[in-house]
Every structure is written in C-alpha cells, then in structure tokens.
Design a binder for this molecule. Sequence first.
Ligand code: ZN
Ligand code: ZN
Length: 281
Amino acid sequence: MKTKRLQMAATGLALALAAAMPVFAHPSEDDPATAHFLANEAILVTAGETRILFDPLFSVSYGYPLVAPDVRAAIMAGTPPFDGVDAVFVSHVHGDHFDAEAVNAYLAAHPDVILVGPWQARLDMQAADGWDAAFEARIHALPFIASPQDLVLAADGVEDAIRVETVHIPHAGGAGRAGIQNMAHRVTLNGEATVMHMGDATTDSAIYDTHSDHFAARRSQHAFPPYWLIGEWGGDTTRDRLNADHVTGIHLGNAHPAWIAQSDEDFFTQAGEERGIHRHE
Ligand SMILES: [Zn+2]
Ligand SMILES: [Zn+2]
C-alpha cells in the first residue's frame, strides 16, 4: 500500500512538473532532432515541437523521384508527422523543388505556417492559382543579392525558435543557370540543432571561398548538399567547406551514378529514411 501511495505521489509530481513546463519541447536524448527524407531534396526536420520542411511541394520529376502521393496528401492535410509545421523553406523555383500553385494551396490550408524562399518564389506564387494577398504577411521573400541574409522566426510561442542564415549559392550548371536564385538555408531550431539545405548548389569552390565568413560563422550539425558536391569534392572537403559535422547527399535521381554505390559517404536514397541531428561533443 505504502509503495502504491508513493507511486501515486510521484505520478502527481510528474504531472505537476509537466504542467509547469513550457508548451514547446526541446530535443532531448529521447526525442532528438531528426531529418526525415521525403524525396529528391524534400526533407522534414523536427526538433521537439519545432518542425520545418525543405522543398516539400514539387510536381515535376525531371528523372528524380516525386514525393509519394500519400506523403504529399499528408503534408497538405497536416497529418502526423506534418502536423505543427512552423515554416517551409524553398531553395529555388525549379519544378523538381517547387510548385507555386501547391505552395499557395498549402499556405491557404495552414494559416500559421511561414514561408522562406527566394524572391522568385513569391513572384511565381503571385502568378499562380490560389494566390492570396494575405499570404504576404507570412512570406519572407529573400532578395536576389549576394550577401547573406538572416531571419529570426517565432514558433510555438518561442520568439527565436528558428534562426535562419541564408546565402545565395549559384545553381549548378554554370552561366546558363545564373538567372535562377538558388538559396542555401542554414537553419537553427530551438538554438540546438543546426541544419543546412542548399538546393542545387554549384561545385564552383570560388563561390564558397567568397562566402567563407558565412560558413565559418556557425557550425552545422548536419548539411544536406546535393550529392554532386560530395562527388566532386569528397566528403572531408565537403564537411570542411560547409563547416558541418555530418553531410548526407540528396537529389539522387531514379538512376544513381555508379560511384554512389562505392562511396563511404552518406546519401538519402529511399523515401522514409531518417537521420538523427547529432551535435559533436
Ligand atoms: Zn534546380
Ligand atoms: Zn533540382
């Protein structure tokens, strides 16, 4: 009886503590920050109650896997694990990363979600079906400039839950793609988990030298570069240049380059794969 009573008292204490805790939850050993791979460059990153999506809504394959229809439906409906998404990040407006009409529909269905993306994304959204001028208040349309741009976003009642440091890194493919505003987003969730998503960034190392201060300014626990950076530079140089503890290559097509299978480096190849976002001690 006595043991039972003690247990009940302990349970009561736990409940009281739970009630006193803030409404958000930091990532912990039990619930670490996690990246969930959806397809191509579409990734959900969760850190406690803070949830962000990179390049989630696109409709053109160009030989790359699309997000599975049931996953796309869950994103649009906001069913787990896509409930409570705080912000959507767009790298650039190519069809294998971004569908303006789908993003309009998503913002309409999720009136608390913030959109961060290139200025070109808002232009496309304004021209697409489903545009609503009321979205303006929730869109951070980043100007097409070379210098890094910082944002601080509130989420789940925490004023600085999401810290964004974005820099324009030209699209791979040289001068023919120079008109595309490709943005590399470095995002810190809850001050604890920093991830980097780079869109279709170029392998031209001179660009990264130009922005060495930006990359040095904060270490990422995990960067998700397009696989061709790892192929061109190797894993160690990629980690050094991006200032990242871990890298996982993304944007693999339906047919992988042969070297991928021989590589010791990490890649997202199957929808549903996850990686813990771990800090190096
Ligand atoms: Zn592209
Ligand atoms: Zn692409």
